[in-house]
Ligand binder design. Structure first.
Ligand SMILES: [Zn+2]
Ligand SMILES: [Zn+2]
Length: 200
């Protein structure tokens, strides 16, 4: 699984382009663009690497993660995948001429060539926040950051849900790489040691 990171939008969201080295099948995670101009560098990368974009996946429904959905859907004519609890956020963003949104649940599988990402429902930041589990890595959206966690004081946020979600993430092996929705990547073992929200 090849991962390319583009930091986009005024809130510096990490948009991840995840592709299979064998088949070139590709999933776009959280295209939170401010403008279509920002999409150009990502379009160029996808074109140069000859990738086949299959899906757009949103880790949750906040604007800084979904604002480029329509631009990418227009370009690649692929469905948007989002947990069903955050799905209302993408209604209206979708182009009605293209495939409808795919509603995700806990344990849904997102295929990427001969590999897949498994959905882990991790509510707390939003009701439909998800993490995406690969073989040795996890995309954590705004649930877990290097050294921090996502806010729970937005509408739909929940402290108690967040605590349970973090407990689920804590069960991942120390060698798992963490790719968060904002900021630098990290390693699970490191977060278990230094992240105050995981150690307390
Ligand atoms: Zn968010
Ligand atoms: Zn965010």
């Amino acid at each position: 699984m090849l991962i390319e990171t583009f930091t986009v939008g005024s809130l510096s969201t990490n948009c991840y382009i995840v592709s299979s080295q064998q088949t070139k099948d590709t999933v776009i995670i959280d295209p939170g663009l401010d403008s279509s101009l920002e999409a150009e560098q990502i379009f160029d990368y996808i074109k140069q690497a000859a990738l086949n974009v299959k899906l757009i996946v949103n880790t949750h429904g906040h604007p800084d993660h979904i604002s480029g959905d329509a631009i990418f859907q227009e370009k690649y004519r692929v469905p948007i995948c989002i947990h069903r609890f955050d799905a209302p956020s993408v209604e209206g963003l979708e182009n009605k001429n293209f495939p409808a949104a795919v509603l995700l649940e806990d344990a849904s599988l997102i295929k990427c060539g001969n590999e897949s990402l498994k959905v882990m429902h991790t509510p707390g930041h939003t009701p439909g926040s998800i993490c995406l589990l690969g073989e040795r890595l996890v995309f954590t959206g705004d649930t877990l950051f290097a050294g921090g966690i996502g806010r729970t004081d937005f509408p739909g946020g929940s402290d108690s849900d967040m605590r349970l979600s973090l407990q689920k993430l804590m069960r991942l092996p120390d060698y798992f790489l963490i790719y968060p929705g904002h900021g630098p990547s990290s390693i699970m073992g490191e977060e278990k040691r230094i992240n105050p929200f995981l150690t307390s």
